[in-house]
Design a protein around this ligand. Structure first.
Ligand SMILES: [Zn+2]
Length: 137
């Protein structure tokens, strides 16, 4: 059941992101301003909440991506993606075709990142997907 709910949650988030991308590409200027005012603060808050969970601990490891047996040095993949998309790529956003986006999604939700956090995702270490497991792991 957890898996089903997790899938429903992930699909809802993907659909929301698709909707926002679609709006950015197709909405008229007035609608865009309105959407930007309501959605940009939500997106920045989401990034802040996610990045807070991946702040390095006193040893310089990411507490969310690390396991008991494997320490993940900061900056972890979440911070690397944040920097890549918010800072490095922020001034020159790249257009992706819908095909590329969907292909990338099947392999890895973070399409442009060279080191996908797949093991972390399958073990539920990313608390946004399954917070209960992150606590017990
Ligand atoms: Zn992390």
């Amino acid at each position: 059941m957890d898996q089903v709910l997790g899938q429903v949650l992930r699909n809802a988030v993907w659909e929301r992101l698709d909707m926002l991308t679609d709006l950015a590409n197709r909405a008229d200027a007035q609608s865009l301003v309105s959407v930007a005012r309501s959605e940009l603060p939500r997106l920045t808050e989401a990034w802040r909440a996610m990045l807070k969970m991946h702040e390095p601990d006193e040893r310089g490891d990411c507490p969310t991506c690390s396991t008991r047996w494997h320490r993940c040095k900061a900056p972890c993949s979440v911070w690397q993606v944040a920097h890549e998309h918010l800072v490095a790529g922020g001034l020159a956003p790249q257009q992706q075709s819908a095909d590329n986006r969907l292909q990338g999604r099947r392999k890895n939700p973070v399409t442009a990142h060279p080191a996908p956090p797949t093991s972390a995702e399958t073990t539920g270490r990313h608390a946004l997907v399954n917070p209960r497991r992150a606590v017990t792991a």
